[in-house]
Design a binder for this molecule. Structure first.
Ligand code: ADP
Ligand code: MG
Length: 571
């Protein structure tokens, strides 16, 4: 067999199902071999989107998606997706074509220090020294991507390997079909478990934060049981949304600031005290807040704030340990009373916010009005992709999630342009799951700001080529954060950096590729269009371009440090 087939079989042996990429010299034959061994090769339009898609598959399935790229620039384009996966702690494997072994350092076609470059963007990188060792290197890459804290890995494909067939094994090849085992499930130190259980029990104002590590580790059942057993208030992070449904009575998202700044014990479950969690410091948190942290990665503990208890292990297993920690509760069940001062204090804010959020839906539409329409038609098992600035932030509060791993967004890295790559991955996953379970596929809805959409708009062609039943919504305000209207454009000499062309007809793009486009500016139009698109999305992709009020912004925030400073455009 050829070197190309060795790579393809190795990927298959490791349980890889999806390979996203763009072919060219020297990886065309690799992509063909990948199809021949029965894996799905998805040809994308930019390596960046291919890499985003591979990362999303990793998050959705718990096994890495693969990304196949050409040498030099192809690999460089994929770095964005590798970095995104690393920062989000998602597994993926990149395979990059590279220069022939006997042309190295000679200025070969697209020669680049690929292994060295990828080192900063991955957990493991290798240039196999022979074809014979490729299966082992691929196994190691897949294993490393899912063991410990998940992340990206890189394997080089020397150009001369691709068509070579006369090779002698350096090592005996590992048995074909020997897939690396699932990651070992680690438990936390029993003493720390007892300390954590005691601390939770004794807390006056406990709070559980559910992060995307809890989602990734499939900790939903255990977590829900713990939270319900003790009546604990919980707060999901953006992608922790849905691990426990947003409409659960113990969810305190509507009192987020109050919960964070007043809790006395916060238990972080697969979430980091980074910028998204305001570093665990005042004014977002009480100065004396005690932190219980559950994480798979020991290096994560005590970052920014020293944890009172560090529980190193796999989320569902550690939560089970806490449940069975008899030592601290003496086996006596306890429940935080809904009549406690803490619950009353939180509930008051939740009720107050429920009254305040009345949406005005006259045109020009606000972000809130857009989401008010859309959310009525979203099935509970819908996968939502959301990116943009306000488009994403506001969707987080306006679009509920009911199932784990059903929201994908710009994530910890704040990456713009991930939307269509994620949506393609989610649609494939949804179709495949439907095939396996015999149930109808889950709907996938991709909601992007106009600027975010622009980063990877050409992937609409990919969407249409593979007949992915996707509903895209572009929330259009003519720019980054926001742009100007036609009159403004006529009056200015130089376009401000935040401006994009006014009233772009993005819906025409999908029409060019055979999909269905809609332009909307009123709630009635949007209602009609969205209802149509979501109900027929099993047949054909669609894109709704919805023009909104250029001055629409987030609601007034209660605290100044939660407000993004307004951009002022001078004439
Ligand atoms: P969020 O953005 O939701 O706050 P982060 O990405 O900041 O979440 O944090 C996720 C954390 O989950 C990471 O620190 C990662 O190490 C951790 N993690 C990943 N998988 C597991 C697992 N199986 N068990 C426990 N923790 C995990
Ligand atoms: Mg915009």
């Amino acid at each position: 067999i050829s070197g190309a087939e060795v790579y393809a079989r190795a990927l298959k042996d490791q349980g890889i199902e999806y390979v996203f990429g763009i072919v060219g010299v020297p990886v065309i034959e690799v992509a063909m071999a990948i199809q021949q061994v029965g894996l799905k090769f998805i040809g994308m339009r930019n390596e960046q989107s291919a890499a985003y898609a591979a990362g999303a598959i990793g998050y959705l399935t718990g096994r890495p998606g693969a990304c196949l790229v050409v040498s030099g620039p192809g690999l460089v384009h994929a770095l964005g997706g590798m970095a995104n996966a690393m920062v989000n702690c998602w597994p993926m494997v990149v395979l990059g074509g590279s220069s022939d072994e006997d042309q190295q350092e000679m200025g070969a076609f697209q020669e680049f220090p690929q292994v060295e470059t990828c080192r900063l963007y991955s957990k493991f990188t290798a240039r196999p020294s022979s074809i014979a060792i490729v299966p082992e290197i691929v196994e190691k890459a897949v294993r490393t991507s899912i063991y410990g804290r998940p992340g990206a890995c890189y394997v080089d494909i020397p150009g001369n390997f691709v068509n070579a067939s006369n090779y002698s094994p350096v090592y005996p090849p590992i048995d074909s079909g020997s897939m690396c085992p699932a990651p070992p499930r680690s438990l936390a130190d029993p003493n720390s478990i007892a300390a954590a259980a005691k601390m939770l029990h004794e807390a006056k104002r406990p709070l559980i934060v559910v992060g995307k590590g809890a989602a990734y580790s499939r900790g939903e059942q255990e977590l829900r049981r713990m939270i319900e057993d003790h009546n604990l208030p919980f707060l999901p992070t953006p992608m922790g949304k849905g691990v426990i449904p947003d409409d659960h009575e113990l969810c305190v998202s509507a009192a987020r600031s109050r919960a964070l700044s007043n809790c006395d014990v916060v238990m972080l479950i697969g979430a980091r005290l980074n910028w998204q969690m305001h570093f665990g410091r005042p004014p977002r948190y009480n100065k004396n807040v005690k932190v219980i942290q559950v994480d798979i990665c020991p290096e994560e503990f005590h970052n920014n704030v020293e944890s009172s208890v560090a529980l190193c292990g796999n989320v569902p297993d550690v939560i089970n340990q806490v449940k069975h920690s008899k030592k601290s509760f003496r086996g006596v069940p306890w429940k935080l009373s809904k009549k406690s001062d803490w619950w009353k204090f939180l509930q008051e804010k939740i009720d107050d916010n429920a009254i305040k959020t009345k949406v005005i839906n006259s045109a020009p539409l606000s972000y809130y009005a857009v989401y008010d329409v859309i959310q009525q038609y979203l099935p509970q098992d819908c996968i939502i992709i959301s990116e943009g600035a306000n488009t994403m932030d506001i969707s987080r509060t306006m679009i509920p999630n009911y199932l784990p791993r059903h929201r994908l967004d710009a994530g910890t890295f704040g990456t713009m342009g991930v939307g269509l790559g994620f949506a393609i991955a989610a649609s494939l996953y949804s179709l495949e799951t439907a095939k396996k379970t015999g149930k109808p596929p889950q709907k996938v809805v991709c909601i992007q700001g106009d600027s975010a959409f622009g980063f990877s708009g050409m992937e609409l062609e990919t969407v249409c080529r593979y007949n992915l039943p996707l509903v895209c919504v572009v929330v259009n305000n003519n720019g980054i954060y926001a742009g100007g209207n036609r009159e403004f454009w006529e009056a200015i000499k130089i376009a401000p950096p935040t401006f994009l062309s006014p009233e772009c007809r993005y819906e025409k793009l999908i029409e060019a590729f055979g999909g269905e486009g809609h332009l909307c500016a009123t709630a009635e139009d949007l209602d009609k269009s969205f209802k149509r698109c979501i109900s027929r999305s099993n047949e054909q992709a669609s894109l709704i371009n919805v023009m909104i009020d250029l001055t629409s912004d987030r609601k007034e925030q209660e605290f100044s440090w939660l407000t993004r400073s307004k951009i002022k455009i001078k004439s």
